[in-house]
Design a binder for this molecule. Structure first.
Ligand code: NCD
Length: 332
């Protein structure tokens, strides 16, 4: 794998490969010493042009646990605020010898521009671009669903037959887009629920059903319900009358939580607006996978970085978590 830019073009085989390697990575994260030598000598740059807490920290933890050197770059306080272009920033990173660049950017398509520009030779991972995609988030969500469903028996399995309902600000959500494509590739059935004003215009081309009534969607007994954050920072107009009204119609309230079928899980990518799209009781309930999603995120990102930076250099059977897997050759 050269880059990880989206899930729309990710094949089922590649997706399962990432998820299965993430399983291997997760099993090492129970050890007392969590660090693997796999990416020793590699340099990974986290290039964040948009605010982020968990995604940036998660990529940093993933890279460090694989023994890579990590350089964190955030646009605030950098020359980007002096007007430096993506091209100049990228060329600076190239000159510093970056092997992989993890980029979050407000403009949809920025990671692809970087990957295809010729400015850098590094592998590019999209950590969220505008309202376009957030592939590692969808992969960690799929990992979480698969784990809840199959437990220790998850390897090699897809999500065939699972019903996933994604609720809220679909219009502005790269998490929703990446999930729709990946879940479809893995055989799950996706239903989107949103106020009509927050449904994208091109949704008819997506492999998902759209309904407007959350109680109706819950009545269909989904296996997982994923609540999206209302992205006020991307809203340039009023998309719903009031927060109270939004919460009443599209929020996961305590009553709706109680109406979910016995084994269904409640997901949220974070950061949550407690009391708006999700009640505190729902966020903290035993059904909530919010914190599992965060820990799984580190394993999934370790897998992605491994495949980008080491996967091609070794034979396919090599165990990425073996203490001896850092050969002289790829240490150079
Ligand atoms: C998401 C994002 O930034 O796209 N957050 C995340 O990566 N965990 C979703 C959001 O901000 O609502």
């Amino acid at each position: 794998m050269r880059h990880l830019l989206d899930t729309q073009s990710l094949s089922r085989d590649d997706a399962l490969r990432i998820l299965d390697i993430a399983e291997d990575m997760a099993s090492t994260q129970q050890r007392e010493v969590k660090k693997l030598p796999t990416l020793r000598g590699k340099t990974i740059v986290n290039l964040f042009f948009e605010d982020s807490t968990r995604t940036r920290i998660s990529f940093e933890a993933a890279a460090k646990r694989l023994s890579a050197d990590v350089i964190n770059f955030s646009a605030k306080g950098s020359s980007v605020s002096k007007g430096e272009s993506l091209q100049d920033t990228a060329q600076t990173l190239q000159a510093m010898g970056a092997d992989a660049v993890v980029i979050r950017h407000g403009a949809s398509g920025a990671p692809r521009t970087l990957a295809s520009s010729g400015w850098i030779t590094a592998g590019v991972v999209n950590a969220g671009d505008g309202t376009h995609e957030h592939p590692t988030q969808a992969l960690l969500d799929a990992f979480t669903m698969r784990k809840r469903r199959w437990g220790a028996d998850s390897r090699g399995r897809d999500l065939a037959g699972m019903r996933v309902t994604i609720v809220g600000d679909v219009l502005h959500s790269r998490v929703a887009r990446s999930n729709v494509w990946l879940l479809n590739t893995l055989g799950a059935h996706v239903t989107l629920v949103a106020p009509p004003t927050l449904v994208p215009q091109d949704v008819s081309a997506w492999p998902a059903d759209v309904v407007y009534d959350l109680d109706e969607a819950i009545g269909a007994a989904p296996d997982a319900i994923m609540m999206l954050r209302i992205q006020l920072e991307r809203m340039n107009a009023a998309y719903f009358p009031t927060e109270r009204e939004y919460s009443r119609r599209w929020g996961l309230s305590n009553d709706r939580l109680a109406a979910l079928k016995g084994d269904s899980i409640v997901m949220h990518p974070g950061p949550m607006n407690r009391g708006l799209e999700i009640s505190a009781a729902a966020a903290d309930s035993g059904r909530s996978t919010v914190l599992e999603q965060v820990s799984n995120g580190v394993s999934v990102r370790m897998a992605a970085l491994y495949l980008l930076l080491a996967g091609a250099e070794r034979d396919a059977d090599a165990n990425p978590t073996s203490p001896h897997s850092n050969t002289e050759e790829n240490a150079r």
